[in-house]
Design a protein around this ligand. Structure first.
Ligand code: FES
Length: 162
């Protein structure tokens, strides 16, 4: 009788070990499967999702605060990020402020402010934008730059979507 009990305890322990191994293998298979699904699924999602879908999924940025930007010297520009977009804040010599998406509408190069030539310029293919409105005025850009609202406060400049 004592032998039989000892034997049954061994069987239970082996069974518990098997269960533990099976559970471990299932969990491991689930983790590996989820990894493969993510590795394959995410690029497909990125390819198929429109920019608007991606933006809404990531919580589109509608406002950016730029602390200290109110000190920007007249006739100069400050590059900043509006969400994922490279953007540009300009304080003109006459103390007017404008902000634009700084991605050229032709093929996506970053534009630059040229105060001495009174223009926003894209060096990639010679695109020229109006420094006050962001309108495309020369070269290949098919349309103007996206314009943002600018609100100058005591300690910061607030940039928001129009
Ligand atoms: S990318 Fe700017 S002009 Fe072509």
């Amino acid at each position: 009788m004592p032998e039989a009990m000892g034997h049954s305890e061994e069987v239970l322990e082996e069974g518990e070990d098997l269960l533990t191994r099976r559970a471990f293998v299932r969990v491991l298979a689930g983790v590996v499967g989820a990894g493969y699904a993510g590795a394959i699924g995410y690029p497909i999602y990125r390819y198929l999702a429109t920019p608007a879908t991606r933006a809404s999924a990531m919580g589109a940025v509608t406002m950016v605060a730029l602390p200290g930007a109110q000190e920007l010297a007249p006739g100069s520009a400050l590059m900043f990020r509006f969400g994922t977009r490279t953007s540009m804040l300009i304080r003109h010599a006459d103390d007017t402020w404008v902000a634009f998406d700084a991605v050229c509408t032709h093929l996506g190069c970053t534009v630059q402010y040229e105060p001495d030539k009174e223009r926003i310029y894209c060096a990639c293919h010679g695109g020229v934008y109006d420094q006050h409105s962001g309108a495309a005025v020369a070269g290949p850009p098919p349309r103007g730059l996206t314009v943002y609202n600018v609100e100058v406060r005591d300690a910061e400049v607030i940039i928001s979507r129009v």
